[in-house]
Ligand binder design. Sequence first.
Ligand SMILES: Cc1cc2nc3c(=O)[nH]c(=O)nc-3n(C[C@H](O)[C@H](O)[C@H](O)COP(=O)(O)O)c2cc1C
Length: 411
Amino acid sequence: MSLASTPSEPMLTGRRIVLGLTGSIAAYKSATLARELRRRGADVRVVMTPGATEFITPLTMATLVDHPVHSDFTEDQDAGVWTNHVELGIWGDLILVAPATANTLAAMVHGGCDNLLQAVLLSARCPVAVAPAMDLDMFTHDATQSNLATLKERGVDVIEPGTGPLASGLVGKGRMAEPEDIADHLEQWFAKDLPYAGKRVVITAGPTHEPLDAVRFLGNRSSGKMGFALAEALAAQGAEVTLVAGPVSLATPDRVHSRVDVSTAMDMNDAVQKIWPRMDLGIACAAVSDFRPAVTSEDKWHRGDVPPAVELIENPDILAGMGATKQHHQRLVGFALESDDGVASAEGKLARKNLDAIVLNSLRDAGAGFGHDTNKVSVLFQGGKSVSFELKSKYEVAQDLVELWRTTLNP
Ligand SMILES: Cc1cc2nc3c(=O)[nH]c(=O)nc-3n(C[C@H](O)[C@H](O)[C@H](O)COP(=O)(O)O)c2cc1C
């Protein structure tokens, strides 16, 4: 998802990938793979073995990656112009061989240098990933399995093939992984270096609906945009994000690990209680109703038999519950939307609910709070420190907060 005002960058933006193609029927999938890698922001150069050019043309691949394809050691033999395989290996952040034939895998193990791709692999300084593609008997053969084991030992990332019908007509394991899955795999691979890699974060977002009768509820105007922007920004920084969403009409942001949809405060409380103990960071951004009708009518109220008064009872305080059970390694951030400047009230919540920080926005600030695509926030920390930001898009606010929490809370 891209939040209206400022979409996040694709996850492979700026990543330099050397895509090696070898002589497998699966080379046709590499066209889709190249497109997918580019769509996700990667800069791609293609190296093809002579065998690969039998299956898909260099022209197709060059057009897709918008760059000439390398397949020979020399570019112009008469003029003595040769392709600098060493440079390619240094240029790349990663070399991905997809499809990887049994032949090329074997050459990688014994250090073969019979073609340009092998030379690039032999001189590579960057990490290497392979996506094997072959018939099932070739794949399960001791030679191939032993080659793959050796490559793994040397740190090569092996993207396992899938199981299904093969070009030979047989059915089994050996199909090259699907281009989308390979691209997902690479995103995860690159994400391990991101600041929030390995961190598990739960975010609550949106309003809650507290039913009055069969069709009506008590709710509030929260759109969920701020919580969803935070989920997107944290996931882009490598966090494993679980989003607990009240009733909102927003798509799940890209790369969010899981989403739990709830309706009432009680449902949200149940979900959070189950998830929170496994998390490193909790962000309570939802506008949870503090109270609910004591009784919910199963039927729809009709004109003439509407109850003269509705008794309200308090909902559980989800944030206080998280604070009360917070473990030593966990960090907890609350949000407070106040109708005045709210500092005193926010400071009270910070202490009372055992929070590490509280993000304050005021309904008094134009462009801040419910429904807007922008927000203006201040963050108060335990110990008295506070940081204020200007009015920005909610995604930019989310990016600021994610960076601020990384440096101050060290989740
Ligand atoms: C139609 C056809 C399909 C092939 N498919 C594969 C394959 O999927 N996997 C594989 O390891 N070899 C396959 N081969 C064999 C390779 O093309 C052959 O081993 C070649 O030498 C590989 O060279 P390279 O690894 O330098 O590209 C196929 C051969 C043909 C003729």
